[in-house]
Unconditional design. Structure first.
Length: 364
């Protein structure tokens, strides 16, 4: 009887051992498959964008450093394990980095991270976002998105148009309003983006908006800035018409334009280069959107920033973002090749950094 009982216990012990070994094998297989799966959490990918380097000082953020709650980065662009940008956005950032390293274009691609640049960057601390304003590329709509995210209004539809650009009332702080240490932390940790469009088409838009239609009733463009440009750059002094696009091009292409820019103050933001506005070679941006592909880029930016479930980019009217080659050629048809070349020489950095082709009419 004792012998039978001992054998029974041995069989139970043997069965238990086999069960443990079997479970161990199953668990090992599961772990192996999980870590081989590129879509699994164990897939290791290096972050594309983590820190920003400025001319003023390179800021090192240790990998395991824990910042206070108000500086903790959010959004899918900083998820750590999985950072997957569509190929087009990766290519844009890679092109930017390559052009920034081109010493032949250094004077056209680099600028100091000055107060002028910091004034252009709007802050959303609640969702850890920095947005650099580049006028004439749909910035009003992006401001509305940030205003809602900052909590000043509960929806985009509720925001009065006169509030959007009133920086005393719209609840959008500028990066320049923070201390140096606060600025550096935000530049290193926040999701950063801006939008560009074909440089020449943007200049046409700025000219029409400020000197032809002037829908916001800003009289200084027609009554102060336009006369200053005409006095300096109009060839036919007897002509009494208002500012013409030819005058505008001659002013922008003048290597000595800065003496007038100083008189015009910050109003020049509507036509200065993207380099001067946002310092893209000094600040490491997470995403660069293109006006021409805004229908695709806007949802991507919201998702990459981790806010697509909170707000949507306003509806884009059909065709409004499409590059209008005919319009551009028409505006430049009466401009001398010399003046166009000088204009291109000033904006060449913008063309090269963001992948825009040199205009065909400049090559002919």
């Amino acid at each position: 009887w004792l012998t039978s009982d001992n054998m029974h216990h041995q069989w139970l012990l043997l069965a238990a051992c086999f069960w443990v070994i079997f479970m161990f094998m199953v668990a090992s297989k599961f772990i192996t498959l999980t870590f081989k799966d590129p879509d699994g959490y164990g897939a290791k990918q290096e972050p594309l964008i983590l820190t920003a380097v400025t001319k003023v000082e390179e800021i090192h953020v240790p990998e395991e450093k824990h910042w206070p709650e108000e500086f903790q980065p959010t959004g899918k662009a900083f998820s750590g394990n999985l950072i997957r940008q569509p190929l087009v956005h990766m290519e844009r950032l890679e092109l930017l980095r390559n052009v920034c390293r081109d010493t032949a274009l250094r004077d056209l691609s680099h600028t100091a991270v000055s107060k002028f640049v910091l004034d252009r960057i709007f802050v959303c601390d609640k969702h850890k976002i920095l947005f650099c304003q580049t006028p004439k590329v749909g910035n009003t709509q992006w401001k509305k998105v940030l205003i809602v995210l900052n909590g000043a209004f509960s929806s985009i539809e509720e925001i009065p148009e006169n509030i959007v650009h009133d920086h005393e009332k719209n609840g959008l702080p500028r990066l320049s309003s923070f201390s140096d240490s606060e600025i550096k932390k935000r530049l290193n940790l926040y999701f950063k983006f801006f939008i560009v469009r074909d440089p020449f088409e943007r200049l046409i838009s700025a000219f029409k908006d400020k000197f032809v239609h002037n829908p916001r009733f800003e009289p200084w463009y027609r009554h102060e800035i336009a006369p200053g440009i005409i006095r300096k750059y109009r060839k036919n002094r007897t002509e009494t018409k208002g500012l013409q696009f030819e005058d505008f091009v001659r002013y922008l292409g003048d290597p000595n334009h800065r003496w007038l820019d100083v008189q015009f103050g910050d109003h020049i933001i509507h036509w200065v280069t993207y380099v001067e506005l946002c310092a893209p070679c000094e600040i490491t941006y997470s995403v660069i959107g293109h006006h021409e592909t805004l229908e695709d880029d806007a949802p991507y930016i919201l998702k990459a920033a981790g806010i697509d479930h909170l707000v949507s980019y306003p509806t884009i009217p059909p065709g409004i973002t499409v590059y209008n080659r005919t319009k551009v050629e028409r505006y430049f048809s009466g401009i001398s090749k010399r003046d166009i070349r000088r204009l291109y020489a000033r904006f060449e950095g913008d063309f090269k950094l963001f992948g825009y082709r040199e205009p065909d009419f400049l090559l002919n």
